[in-house]
Design a protein around this ligand. Structure first.
Ligand SMILES: [Zn+2]
Length: 376
């Protein structure tokens, strides 16, 4: 069998230049005209490098999305990615220094997109096709919650035997992600009864006092041992120092490890009663993404990857991520999903965002061999 890794090592410079092109085409999630330009670069790369079917899914508010298909089997393997980034245009410069490429979205996750393109190219090069085709779905709103792609991702996942997610790997180690935490987003709003703070403050009811008590209570749910965190991200309210506050509110980010925890915490957070007579507490929000749990099927995929990596001369580790990705969506509907298959690097959403270039062929070969094992 022709060696996929050897072939890909010979493609390193082409991979680097494609990655540079994709990063130069900046693509903030909320700038549709700019993001669309990046989408076009990606589509052209797919057509040139892989050459399967490229279908454009036109979107009104965010960048257009793409369904690329390689192979012709009746069953499918799904790869999901996104080309949007958290970076505004011009916010982060692109630069290359001693085998490291820095730039907006290079690690999260344009490097991953390049890895997929070349994994498919390598499979094509060795003439590999099977009873399963590969669908590579690339969306444009992952960094803002995936509202414009969630339905599509879930629909494709339901048709798939497994889902591979080339999101950035665990920082610096290159470990793949076998589990991700779930996220809940909530807003707590309190209405009080405003009166003058000096004349008869006891006739009023302070929304701020109530909110403080509510938040102190909710903070008790935070539990490092169980991997549950409650972050109060914003607080606002009141208007004047000499008025008992009429209104106060706070935004809460909940992270949890498994679905049972998520359901229990959601119910505690949503069902609040006020401590102070005369105030009214209202909580809105929901679980945004369920966790990607470390199931046996996921660990089986990891074992296969570990074996492939060993064959390529290195050790591949796995771990948990506190952040969510679209992999959470596909795992939640029961499709075995493994994440963090993207490049080795560091600095997702941070100014030192970068990718180690010499690893690109290795990551691509890792993905290609895994796909090959599952195509038949
Ligand atoms: Zn990402």
């Amino acid at each position: 069998m022709p060696d996929l890794l050897d072939y890909l090592k010979g493609q390193q410079l082409e991979m680097e230049s494609a990655l540079q092109k994709l990063v130069e085409a900046e693509s903030p999630s909320k700038n549709k005209p700019l993001a669309d330009q990046c989408g076009i670069v990606l589509k052209e790369l797919f057509e040139e490098i892989v050459g399967g079917t490229a279908e454009t899914i036109v979107k009104e508010e965010v960048g257009n999305q793409y369904r690329f298909t390689y192979g012709s089997g009746a069953e499918q393997i799904l790869i999901i990615g996104h080309y949007d980034t958290v970076w505004d245009q011009g916010a982060l410069p692109l630069r290359k220094e001693e085998g490291v490429l820095y730039g907006p979205g290079v690690f999260d996750m344009k490097g991953g997109l390049v890895i997929v393109l070349w994994a498919l190219r390598a499979l094509k090069h060795v003439g590999e096709e099977g009873k399963r085709k590969v669908v590579f779905l690339v969306t444009s709103d992952e960094e803002i919650g995936s509202a414009q792609s969630r339905g599509l991702i879930e629909e494709e996942a339901k048709k798939s035997a497994l889902v591979l997610v080339p999101e950035s790997s665990i920082s610096t180690t290159g470990a793949v992600k076998t589990s991700r935490k779930g996220i809940g987003i909530f807003k707590i709003s309190v209405r009080g009864k405003p009166v003058h703070a000096g004349i008869n403050p006891w006739a009023g009811a302070s929304a701020i006092d109530e909110l403080v008590m509510q938040l102190a209570e909710l903070k008790k749910l935070d539990n490092q041992e169980e991997n549950i965190s409650i972050n109060i991200g914003t607080v606002s309210g009141g208007g004047r120092t000499n008025v008992v506050a009429a209104f106060a509110e706070a935004d809460i980010d909940l992270r949890f490890r498994n679905t049972a925890q998520g359901e229990r915490l959601k119910s505690v957070i949503l069902n609040r009663t006020s401590f102070i007579e005369g105030t009214e507490v209202e909580v809105t929000g929901d679980i945004n993404r369920y966790p990607m749990e470390q199931t046996d099927a996921v660990m089986e995929l990891y074992q296969q990857l570990k074996e492939i990596a060993a064959g390529h001369g290195y050790e591949l580790e796995h771990g948990n991520s506190g952040g969510a990705s679209d992999g959470n969506l596909t795992a939640a509907i029961g499709i075995p999903t493994i994440d963090g298959l993207g490049p080795v690097g560091d600095g997702a959403h941070a100014e030192n965002e970068h990718v180690i270039l010499e690893n690109l062929p290795y990551r691509s070969a890792l993905l290609a061999e895994l796909i090959k094992r599952h195509m038949n």
